[in-house]
Design a protein around this ligand. Structure first.
Ligand code: ADP
Length: 362
């Protein structure tokens, strides 16, 4: 019942109850005095009757008013007290409790709104805490990954300075290593820059309607050319003659596909590097599968490889020297296109990375 209704009813009660009680008291006292006790309806007995009736009415008025005021006030004050305690807790930064609605009246609705506000504040605080934790983890990973090549560079430069590289061959080797390590750092900084821009949604995406089949045809042609030099081959297949029309940013999509293919070549232990690209259209989306015959990934890691800085080589010191950002960038780009990315793999046999993009109407 709303507070307004409760107040109206209590006011009506405060009038009707004493009126009804007045008649009942009059009848009862009259019956006792004049019928049971056989009093006379004039003189002293009548005066006594009037006095008793007045006293009775006063008692009824006090009790009715007192009780109704007490219950109505209690139904308003208690929830207000609870809300006040909740507000104090929130202002003190404690959000780990819940505010139970006290009823269906205006104060009950206020409690519900308060509870919603508490939940929203808690969500925002938890998100902020997650962001902080992520940022710390990010800083730790960046520092570690930049420190490793930097330490090498310092070591080799010191070697040159101290005259350890005392033959032209040694000097060449030292310089080559310094150059490679500086390149690694440069690549890592580029990827970091790209990843953080994607993360902050500062990369402008220029979407256009493009035929993914035509896009992949061109891409594979370029790739085949590059693979000749590294004794690799690429098998390309398109599943059906369906439409492969998608909405995509050419440049970013190319970056995503390149990252996946570069991994296929990087994590390769077979002499004959085989890459298979398959294009498949399903209802509502187009799926691209990029398969390799490389070292593979443990099954439990197939979803975590898309996390930033994740590398299956936990020592982070492998000769492949990746940043662990390549697939996080792929994920960001594909999700920005409204698609999904996932992987299947068998250790020793190879990996398939898939991504899907929503299909555009022809
Ligand atoms: P990285 O710069 O280390 O290559 P990525 O984000 O591109 O970072 O990949 C994350 C990790 O996933 C890699 O370190 C590697 O362990 C694993 N990985 C990715 N692609 C492949 C693949 N095709 N074959 C085997 N392992 C892969």
């Amino acid at each position: 019942m709303t507070i307004k209704k409760r107040l109206i009813l209590s006011n009506i009660g405060m009038i009707l109850i004493p009126v009804a009680a007045f008649f009942i008291i009059e009848v009862i006292i009259g019956y006792i005095m004049f019928v049971v006790l056989d009093g006379s309806p004039d003189g002293n007995d009548l005066n006594m009757f009037v006095t008793l009736r007045f006293v009775g009415l006063m008692i009824v008025l006090i009790i009715t008013n007192g009780l109704l005021t007490y219950f109505v006030a209690k139904s308003i004050i208690n929830p207000v007290k609870e809300l006040s305690i909740a507000a104090k807790e929130i202002s003190a930064g404690n959000l780990d409790f819940s505010i139970k609605p006290t009823g269906k009246d205006e104060l009950g609705q206020l409690s519900e709104t308060f509870e919603m506000m508490r939940q929203k504040l808690k969500e925002a605080r938890d998100l902020q805490m997650r962001y902080d934790a992520n940022r710390n983890e990010l800083i730790a990973s960046i520092s570690h990954d930049l420190k490793t090549p930097m330490t090498s560079i310092k070591g080799y430069v010191k070697g040159v300075r101290d005259g350890v590289a005392n033959t032209p061959e040694k000097m060449d080797r030292y310089m080559e290593t310094i150059y490679t390590k500086a390149n690694d750092m440069d690549h890592l900084i580029d990827e970091l820059f790209m990843y953080s821009k994607l993360d902050l949604q500062q990369v402008p995406f220029h979407f256009e309607r493009l035929n993914l089949k035509v896009f992949m045809d061109d891409f594979i042609e370029e790739l085949q050319y590059e693979l000749i030099e590294t004794s690799g081959s690429v098998a390309y297949a398109v599943d059906s003659e369906e439409s492969y029309l998608v909405k995509a940013d050419r440049e970013q999509l190319k970056r995503a596909v390149m990252n996946i293919i570069q991994n296929s070549l990087k994590y390769m232990d077979k002499a004959e590097k085989k890459i298979g690209v398959l294009l498949r259209a399903e209802s509502g989306h187009v799926i691209v599968r990029i398969k390799d015959n490389g070292i593979g990934i443990p099954e439990e890691a197939t979803s975590t490889i898309f996390d930033r800085f994740y590398r299956t080589d936990t020592s982070r010191n492998s000769s492949t020297g990746g940043s662990g950002l390549g697939l996080a960038i792929v994920k960001s780009i594909i999700e920005e296109h409204g698609g999904k990315v996932w992987a299947k793999s068998k250790l020793g046999e190879g990996t398939s990375v898939y991504f899907s993009l929503p299909k555009e109407d022809v």
